[in-house]
Design a protein around this ligand. Structure first.
Ligand code: SAM
Ligand code: DTB
Ligand code: SF4
Length: 328
């Protein structure tokens, strides 16, 4: 069994990643079962609280103002609307609520105050609360922590080497600075990336090595498969080779034994069997609910069927309606 005694280097991670697949899966299962209840699969619901019109040029993103993607920019939602969505998510069995804003960075002022209020109100529902708002200072991170934020999502997205092919409007070190501010405020880091953007398998493993170098390792690691968005530079990117996804998840599981590894965007194009293999490899979290930020996600009813088939522990729904709409 591989122990994390020192920081993982790219070379060590590459050795893990390129083992015969059955060995890799066995090792990932051993680590997984030592640190987690294998029946515990987290459900997180996403909500875009401010959509589109983003000044950044991330080549994968439906929300960049630079590409004609058909996404209609909308202003920051009202607190009550957000709390209502969080209540519905909780009623359907989500335990974590993640709010995303298409901002380059957080700016002081009434909009940030409103986000702080959203965090307070969602935390008061007894849910884990995560936000992804772009770059952030240490002081802003501290205020989010005071409001009750559990985790901050800010993905490294890819390797340092490949990054500039995807984003030119901010640097890899900008991203790492934000993650440092988050950690210093005592907020858990949620950071992972996207695969299927034209990077090599080595790039993907290099991204894990970068995550391993952080002062505080991520509490959760989203692994997104690119959803090709018409109008973006990556609209014609070919789909990810399924077993490469399985290998990356298993490697992330082994390198970050206590983290939640989240099988994130792109599940609508995955077979049930591939998703099952990802859980075998150590994924233990999903986005739950029919929409991600702008793109579709499997229906909650479909996911509940899958989770039941896996034997995942499903706590009793916290809603009284007893209908499929709320409690699939
Ligand atoms: N603006 C903030 C930022 O960039 O940090 C937060 C929102 S951003 C949409 C959050 C993450 O979603 C990105 O870092 C990326 O990893 C993922 N993502 C965005 N568009 C995607 C797509 N088309 N396919 C897969 N993942 C995507
Ligand atoms: C993450 O890593 N994936 C989520 C969440 N963090 C914010 C976002 C996925 C976005 C997929 C494309 C869309 O919905 O526009
Ligand atoms: Fe903006 Fe975030 Fe999309 Fe990049 S990923 S364009 S920063 S919303």
């Amino acid at each position: 069994m591989v122990e994390r005694t020192t920081t993982w280097t790219f070379e060590a991670l590459w050795d893990v990643y390129s083992q015969p697949l059955l060995e890799l899966l066995y090792q990932a299962q051993q680590v997984h079962r030592r640190f987690h209840d294998p029946r515990d699969i987290q459900r997180c619901t996403l909500l875009s609280i401010k959509t589109g019109g983003c000044p950044e040029d991330c080549a994968y993103c439906a929300q960049s103002a630079r590409y004609d993607t058909g996404v209609k920019p909308t202003p920051l939602l009202e607190v009550e609307e957000v709390v209502q969505k969080a209540r519905e998510a909780k009623a359907r069995g989500a335990t974590r609520f993640c709010m995303g804003a298409a901002w380059r960075e957080v700016r002081e002022g009434p909009q940030f105050e409103r986000v702080l209020e959203m965090v307070r109100r969602v935390a008061a529902l007894g849910m884990e609360v995560c936000v992804t708002l772009g770059m952030l200072t240490e002081d802003q991170a501290r205020r989010l922590k005071e409001a009750g934020l559990t985790a901050y999502n800010h993905n490294l997205d890819t390797s340092r080497e490949f990054y500039s092919r995807i984003i030119t409007t901010r640097t890899y070190d900008d991203r790492i600075r934000t993650l440092k501010a988050v950690a210093r405020a005592g907020i858990a880091i949620c950071s992972g990336g996207i695969i299927g953007m034209g990077e090599t398998e080595e790039d993907r493993v290099r991204m894990l090595a970068e995550l391993a170098k952080l002062e505080m390792p991520p509490e959760s690691i989203p692994i997104n498969c690119l959803i090709p968005i018409p109008g973006t530079p990556l609209e014609h990117a070919p789909p990810v080779e399924p077993l490469q996804l399985v290998r990356l998840i298993a490697t992330a599981r082994i390198a970050f034994p206590t983290a939640r590894v989240r099988l994130s965007a792109g599940r609508t194009r995955m077979s049930k069997e591939l998703q099952v293999l990802c859980f075998v490899a150590g994924a233990n979290s999903i986005f739950y609910g029919e929409k991600l930020l702008t793109a579709p996600n499997p229906a909650a009813t479909e996911d509940m069927q899958l989770l039941r088939e896996l034997g995942a522990t499903i706590s009793a729904p916290s809603c009284e309606h007893g209908s499929d709409r709320c409690c699939p």
